[in-house]
Design a protein around this ligand. Structure first.
Ligand code: SAH
Length: 259
């Protein structure tokens, strides 16, 4: 095999290590189709994320996401940007997005799609740019991870926002998972918050065999109902407002600095 090709492949294998979603995104981008991105959790049965959904165009996006894109102004940071679908749509609208993601392969794909994209962890304080709009979509509260991390999340967005800037973030209230047939809700208040999940992902049936079976580590992922988000926003010097509600206990919220 040609040495250059060998190096490129070594690099891909190295990059895909522990990055199943990035592997799926990379596979789809390169080959126009992908295998199965499996989501596992100790709390739920295995599920799948359709990889083509991660490449949705503006016409395929739910109303909440379209509204977020329309509301985004000035310098925009797309956090956890994935394949870059929102940043691409923003660019088409003549806006100025910067995309970040922790997934190396996703960032490589976003760069190939012509975006200004960086492999950066949202919580990395050495990233010091400021933005007018911080966009966190497709259950944006997930990146908060768990309830205990909420203050760190707010102090980080405080660092990233220009004066007068705002965060547009979406989530769902998972209470419907606990609803009984009579409409009552069984939530054990002694348990941890009901929207706090642990996830693990695996990419299988890859088109590109180098990407087959890539698995990630377990991570915390938080679904926050709006009242809980608003409560913690206030505690941390922000106000939260619902911009729109979706059809399935989901909402888009705007967070603004109040102090
Ligand atoms: N916003 C995209 C992708 C959502 S999936 C879309 O709507 O299609 C969540 C993304 O967040 C993944 O790509 C994951 O790699 C990224 N992510 C998770 N934690 C992150 C963190 N701390 N900093 C930056 N990106 C993160």
């Amino acid at each position: 095999m040609h040495l250059l090709k060998q190096n490129a492949m070594d690099r891909k294998v190295l990059l895909s290590n522990g990055d199943p979603m990035g592997a799926a995104i990379y596979d789809y981008h390169r080959n126009g189709r992908a295998g199965t991105l499996v989501v596992m959790s100790s709390q739920f049965e295995d599920d799948e994320i359709p990889v083509e959904d991660l490449f949705r165009g503006i016409e395929d996006m739910p109303d909440l996401e379209r509204l977020a894109l329309e509301s985004a102004t000035g310098d925009i940071l797309d956090v956890g940007a994935g394949s870059g679908c929102h940043s691409l749509a923003l660019k088409e609208m003549g806006k100025k997005p910067v995309a970040i993601d922790i997934s190396p392969l996703s960032v490589e794909v976003m760069k190939e799609r012509g975006l200004e994209a960086y492999q950066i962890n949202f919580y990395d304080e050495s990233f010091v740019r400021k933005f007018d709009t911080v966009l966190m979509l497709m259950n944006g509260t997930g990146i908060i991870g768990n309830i205990g991390n909420i203050p760190t999340f707010f102090s980080r967005i405080r660092e990233l926002l220009n004066p007068g800037g705002s965060v547009l973030i979406d989530s769902s209230d998972l209470r419907y998972l606990f609803e009984e047939e009579d409409g009552s809700i069984m939530i054990d208040l002694a348990d941890e918050y009901y929207g706090q999940l642990d996830y693990r992902m695996k990419y299988v049936d890859a088109v590109d065999t180098d990407l087959e079976g890539v698995e990630g580590e377990t991570f915390d992922w938080l679904y926050l109902d709006f009242n809980t988000l608003a409560y913690y926003a206030e505690e941390n010097g922000f106000s939260a407002e619902v911009i729109a509600e979706g059809e399935h206990y989901d909402y888009l919220a705007k967070l603004i600095l109040t102090d």
